[in-house]
Ligand binder design. Structure first.
Ligand code: ME8
Length: 654
C-alpha cells in the first residue's frame, strides 16, 4: 500500500551564529509535526535550510575579511552554526537546502527565465533612497531619522534599472485564495493580509538588483542579481528537484502540505509565493500556517534588541526535551508568547517533574517492589480501570484532532489529562494498601498494569515533542517495538506479558528555582564574556596635534625610590621618584588595581613631568606616569611603561 505523503517546511534561515530560542521555536514545531506524521505512518519530507544571499551577507563578509561563501559556510556548517543548533535541538529534517547550492542557483535562473519569457517579469526602474558611500538602496521605512540605517549619512533619491514581477496581475486570484479557502491559517492572519496589502492594491515587486553582487546572477542580463524573495521562496520546490537534476521528488511531494512560517513573513508566503507559482503554472501549497513570536520582556526576541535567550545554555541546564516541551505546551502556536526563565522552570517542575516524572517513578518503583519488575498476564479488572481506558481513548482522539490542526499546546494538554488521571488513579487505588493483603494480589497486578498502560499510551502521545523522553519511558516499561507505534495507541485493558519494568534516575529532577536562575545569570554572563573580543585597542585619534605643541611635553625616565598605597583610596599609589634633578618627585597614579607597590620599587619608568601640579586625596602629584592600556575580553588592562634600567634617571625622551 502506498503511504500517505506529507511535505512540511520551515522557512530557510538567514545564516547567523546567534540563532536564539525564538528561531528554534518554528523548527521545533515543524519537527514535532514531522515526527507525528511519521508516527502516523506517513511518508514525510521535512525540509529546512538557509537563505544565504543578499547585501547584508556581502557586507558582513567584507567586515570579516572573507568571501561571502566562506562567511556563510562557517555559519551554516561551523561550530554553533545553524546545523549544529538543529542537532542540539534534535531536529529530524530529511533535507537541508542552502540557497548557494549549485542546483538551486541553476533552478532559480531557469525559474526567473520562465517567468520572464511568459511576460510576468519585465524590466523597469527601481526608485529608492540611495546611500552613496554604502552603495545601498533603502526604502523610506528602512531609513533611521531619514538617514542611512547603516552609516547614518544622508541618502539621495536615486533610480536603478531592475526587473519587476507582475504581482498586481494575480491580486484577484490571491484574494480569492485567502478569503475563500483555508490556505492561510490562523484565520486572523487572512484579514491582516487582505486589509493591509491586497485592498490598498498590490504593486509589482522588484525582483532584481544591480547595486550588489552577492546573489544569483540573471543569466540573460549580466549585472543583475535575483533579489532575495524569488530566490528564497523557490527553495521549497528546487529542494525537490524542480528545474534541476539534483533531486527527483517534486512529483512525489509537491504541493507541500504546510509551510510553517513566522508571522512577519506570512505576507511573502501567502501573497507573493502563490502568485509566483500561478505564474509558473505550478500547484499551490495546501497551507501556510503563520505562527506567533516568542517574546522576551514583552518584545520580540532578536539579536538587535539584545534580548535573545541562548538555547545552548538552556539545553545544557534543563535538557532539550524539556525545552521543546515548554515551547510547544506553553504558547498556543498561532499567538505570541512571552518567554521567561521562571515560567520555563515552573513548567518543568509542575508538568514534567511532578506529573510525568513522578508517575513513571512511582509506577516503576512499585512494580519493582511488588513484582520484581515482572508483570505477568492476568489480574482482576474493575470499573475504575474501564474508566481510565475511556479517558485514555478520549484523550488520544482529542490529541489527534488537535495535532492535525497544529495545536500542539492543546494536544499536549490532552496527554497531560491522561497523565494526571493516572496519578489520581494511584491515590484512589492505593497499591500499598493492596500489597498488604495476599488475597488482593490479582487486583494489585491489574492496577500496576493499568498504570503501565496509561504511561505507555502517554509516551506515544508525547513522542513527537519529547522523543528522547518517550524512548526512555518505553525502555523503563520494557515496551517492545510494536507497542510504541500509533497502531498500538489504543488503551488495552487486557495487556498481558510485555511489562518488564526497571527503575532509574528521575526523568526530570525538580529544579530549585532560585539556584537555577542564579546559574542561568552566571552562564549568560560567562557566554557574553566569551563572545567579547580577545583584544581591543582604542581607536586612533583622528585629530592632529601640531608638532610644536607635541614638543612641549617633557617626557623623562624616572626611577622608583619608593611606592606606597594611598590611605582611603583603593585606586591610588604614591610614588617617590628620582628624576635626575637630585630632588625627589612625587607622582600619584591610579594603578593600584594592577600593581602591588613593592614590586615597582627600583623600576625605571616614563613620566611626563611638566604637567601643572594636581591635588589628589590631599596629596600633590607632579606629573603623570605613562602606561599602555587595552581591553581583553571586556576587561581593562594596564601596563606601566618600563624601560631599560641602563637609562639614567632624568634622561629626556624625544
Ligand atoms: O525570515 N519568535 O529568516 P529568519 C518566533 N530568510 N519565531 C521567530 C523569532 C521569534 N522571536 N525570531 C525569528 C527569514 N523567528 C527568511 C525566510 S523563507 C523563504 C525565508 C522565525 O532567519 C521567523 O519568524 O529571519 C522565521 O519564521 C524564522 O525564524 C526564520 O527567520
Amino acid at each position: 500500500m502506498n503511504k500517505e505523503k506529507f511535505y512540511i517546511t520551515t522557512p530557510i534561515y538567514y545564516p547567523s551564529d546567534k540563532l536564539h530560542i525564538g528561531h528554534a521555536y518554528c523548527t521545533v514545531a515543524t519537527d514535532a509535526m514531522a515526527r507525528y506524521k511519521r508516527l502516523r505512518g506517513c511518508d514525510v519530507m521535512f525540509l529546512t535550510g538557509t537563505d544565504e544571499h543578499g547585501m547584508k551577507i556581502e557586507d558582513k563578509a567584507k567586515e570579516a575579511g572573507v568571501t561571502p561563501k566562506q562567511f556563510v559556510d562557517n555559519i551554516v556548517e561551523g561550530p554553533r552554526g545553524v546545523k549544529d543548533l538543529w542537532k542540539l535541538m534534535n531536529i529530524s529534517y530529511d533535507r537541508f537546502i542552502r540557497t548557494t547550492d549549485v542546483y538551486h542557483v541553476t533552478a532559480i535562473q531557469r525559474i526567473f527565465k520562465k517567468m520572464h519569457d511568459n511576460g510576468d517579469i519585465y524590466k523597469g526602474v527601481y526608485k529608492g533612497k540611495y546611500c552613496k558611500p554604502c552603495e545601498s538602496f533603502w526604502t523610506e521605512s528602512q531609513l533611521v531619522d531619514g538617514k542611512c540605517p547603516d552609516c547614518g549619512r544622508e541618502v539621495i533619491d536615486a533610480e536603478e534599472e531592475a526587473y519587476f514581477f507582475r504581482l498586481s496581475k494575480y491580486a484577484d486570484r490571491v484574494r480569492h485564495l485567502l478569503e475563500d479557502t483555508d490556505f492561510l491559517e490562523p484565520r486572523s492572519r487572512v484579514n491582516e493580509m487582505v486589509n493591509n496589502f491586497i485592498k490598498p492594491g498590490l504593486e509589482d515587486l522588484c525582483v532584481s538588483r544591480t547595486s550588489f553582487t552577492w546573489g544569483i546572477p540573471v543569466d540573460f542580463d549580466p549585472g543583475h542579481v535575483v533579489y532575495v524573495w524569488v530566490d528564497a521562496l523557490s527553495n521549497y520546490i528546487t529542494a525537490l528537484g524542480f528545474m534541476n537534476d539534483q533531486y527527483h521528488d517534486y512529483e512525489k511531494y509537491w504541493p507541500a502540505d504546510v509551510h510553517f512560517v513566522g508571522k512577519e513573513i506570512v505576507r511573502f508566503h501567502s501573497i507573493i509565493w502563490p502568485a509566483m507559482l500561478m505564474s509558473l503554472g505550478e500547484p499551490l501549497p495546501k497551507k501556510v500556517y503563520g505562527h506567533g513570536w516568542l517574546n522576551f520582556g514583552g518584545e520580540k526576541m532578536s539579536k538587535s534588541r539584545g534580548n535573545v535567550v541562548d538555547p545552548y545554555i538552556l539545553a545544557e541546564m534543563f535538557g532539550v526535551d524539556a525545552l521543546r516541551f515548554f515551547m510547544l505546551r506553553t504558547f498556543p502556536f498561532g499567538s505570541d508568547g512571552n518567554f521567561t526563565n521562571e515560567l520555563l522552570i515552573q513548567t518543568i517542575n509542575t508538568d514534567l517533574a511532578n506529573d510525568l516524572g513522578n508517575l513513571v517513578s512511582r509506577t516503576t518503583a512499585m512494580a519493582e517492589k511488588y513484582f520484581g519488575g515482572d508483570l505477568p498476564a492476568g489480574g482482576e479488572l474493575t470499573e475504575a480501570d474501564r474508566e481510565l481506558k475511556v479517558l485514555a481513548d478520549e484523550a488520544t482522539a482529542n490529541y489527534e484532532r488537535q495535532m492535525e490542526a497544529f495545536q500542539f499546546s492543546n494536544a499536549l494538554a490532552e496527554a497531560w489529562r491522561l497523565i494526571s488521571r493516572a496519578n489520581k488513579y494511584i491515590d484512589e487505588n492505593a497499591p500499598w494498601v493492596l500489597a498488604r493483603d495476599e488475597a488482593q494480589k490479582p487486583r494489585l497486578l491489574a492496577v500496576m498494569k493499568n498504570l503501565c498502560e496509561a504511561i505507555r499510551v502517554s509516551a506515544i502521545l508525547i513522542a513527537p515533542v519529547m522523543p528522547d523522553t518517550a524512548e526512555a519511558i518505553f525502555q523503563r516499561l520494557g515496551v517492545p517495538a510494536d507497542g510504541r507505534v500509533w497502531d498500538a495507541v489504543g488503551y488495552d485493558l487486557e495487556t498481558g506479558g510485555w511489562w518488564k519494568t526497571a527503575t532509574g534516575d528521575p526523568l526530570f529532577p525538580r529544579i530549585d528555582m532560585d539556584k537555577a536562575l542564579a546559574e542561568l545569570e552566571q552562564a549568560k554572563a560567562e557566554a557574553a564574556k566569551a563572545a567579547l573580543p580577545d583584544l581591543e585597542i582604542e581607536p586612533f585619534t583622528e585629530d592632529k596635534v601640531d608638532f610644536d605643541t607635541f614638543c612641549k611635553s617633557d617626557f623623562r625616565a624616572v626611577k622608583v625610590k619608593d611606592c606606597q598605597p594611598v590611605k582611603k583610596s583603593d585606586k591610588l599609589l604614591r610614588f617617590t621618584l628620582d628624576d635626575g634633578t637630585g630632588v625627589d618627585r612625587q607622582i600619584l597614579s591610579g594603578i593600584a588595581k594592577w600593581y602591588k607597590p613593592e614590586e615597582l620599587v627600583g623600576k625605571t619608568l616614563v613620566a611626563i613631568v611638566n604637567l601643572p601640579p594636581r591635588k589628589m586625596m590631599g596629596l600633590e602629584s607632579n606629573g603623570m606616569l605613562i602606561s599602555a592600556v587595552h581591553t581583553e575580553k571586556g576587561e581593562e588592562k594596564l601596563n606601566l611603561l618600563m624601560v631599560d634600567d641602563a637609562i639614567p634617571a632624568g634622561a629626556k625622551l624625544c
